[in-house]
Design a protein around this ligand. Structure first.
Ligand SMILES: Nc1nc2c(c(=O)[nH]1)N(C=O)[C@@H](CNc1ccc(C(=O)N[C@@H](CCC(=O)O)C(=O)O)cc1)CN2
Ligand SMILES: Nc1ncnc2c1ncn2[C@@H]1O[C@H](COP(=O)(O)OP(=O)(O)OP(=O)(O)O)[C@@H](O)[C@H]1O
Length: 209
């Protein structure tokens, strides 16, 4: 069992201290993300296009999973508009077993709200793709470290759906998306965490391994 008490933290930190630290980070970062001025959010949506495009795997054709930005998440609609003809934009769909599948979505296609009120493509299960079928996933995050650790919303959806990447090489490539202020140098991993291959912020593309 691996705890979060590595690095500069007191080595006597317990698992519940670590959980409390993660909770505090989540609260602070959610608030900071929500309160970002609109002008910065707009600039970020533009700037992220060049950063994602610099990721070598983005040159490959195939299914690109994004997300429908909510709660102050970095918006991806500019990126979606700039996809090439050989790339198909997909959005995550939460399953009954708390994993994610992914469905192609273009503006105008029907949407339905999931359990958190986030829009998902309104398509039958047989039209939804398993994460294995994707060439790249743009993964939403609350926090990240330069070595590819990710702090998410706490539902474990991405870790559960991408567990196979702990043993298998890409694709799908996992590219975290966030603002530079979401970097947490002291973020460490849990046993079930699936590492990110890279993180794109409006300022830079960080290759994690
Ligand atoms: N845009 C987007 N879509 C996504 C994710 C995401 O992080 N961002 N997910 C990434 O996993 C999945 C959904 N996971 C989520 C997990 C928690 C909450 C959330 O708001 N939790 C509230 C409690 C809400 C409730 O219980 O009803 C909270 O933490 O306060 C939202 C989405 C799939 N789709
Ligand atoms: N592969 C897995 N199998 C079963 N449960 C898992 C798996 N991965 C994560 N979980 C569960 O999900 C819970 C939340 O994990 P974690 O706090 O790492 O979420 P997160 O990555 O921040 O959330 P999200 O992916 O939804 O943004 C954990 O308590 C863990 O029990």
């Amino acid at each position: 069992m691996q705890f979060l008490n590595t690095g500069p933290f007191d080595t006597s930190e317990t698992a519940s201290d670590a959980a409390g630290r993660k909770r505090a980070w989540r609260q602070t970062l959610r608030q900071r993300r929500q309160s970002l001025p609109a002008a910065e959010r707009i600039a970020a949506a533009e700037a992220i296009v060049a950063r994602v495009s610099a990721f070598p795997a983005f040159a490959q054709p195939g299914y690109v999973a994004g997300y429908w930005a909510t709660g102050g998440e970095l918006p991806l609609h500019v990126l979606q508009l700039r996809l090439r003809a050989d790339q198909v934009w997909c959005l995550p769909c939460i399953q009954d077993d708390n994993t994610l599948k992914f469905a192609p979505w273009r503006p105008g296609d029907p949407l339905v709200a999931n359990r958190y009120g986030i829009p998902e493509p309104d398509v039958v299960l047989s039209s939804q793709l398993d994460a294995h079928a994707l060439s790249i996933l743009l993964v939403p995050l609350l926090g990240f470290s330069r070595d590819g650790h990710r702090l998410g919303m706490g539902g474990g959806y991405y870790d559960r759906s991408l567990a196979f990447r702990q043993q298998a090489a890409a694709p799908p490539w996992l590219l975290g998306i966030g603002y530079a202020f979401q970097e947490l140098p002291d973020l460490t991993g849990e046993d079930w965490d699936v590492g990110l291959d890279a993180v794109a912020t409006p300022d830079e593309l960080v290759i994690c391994r």
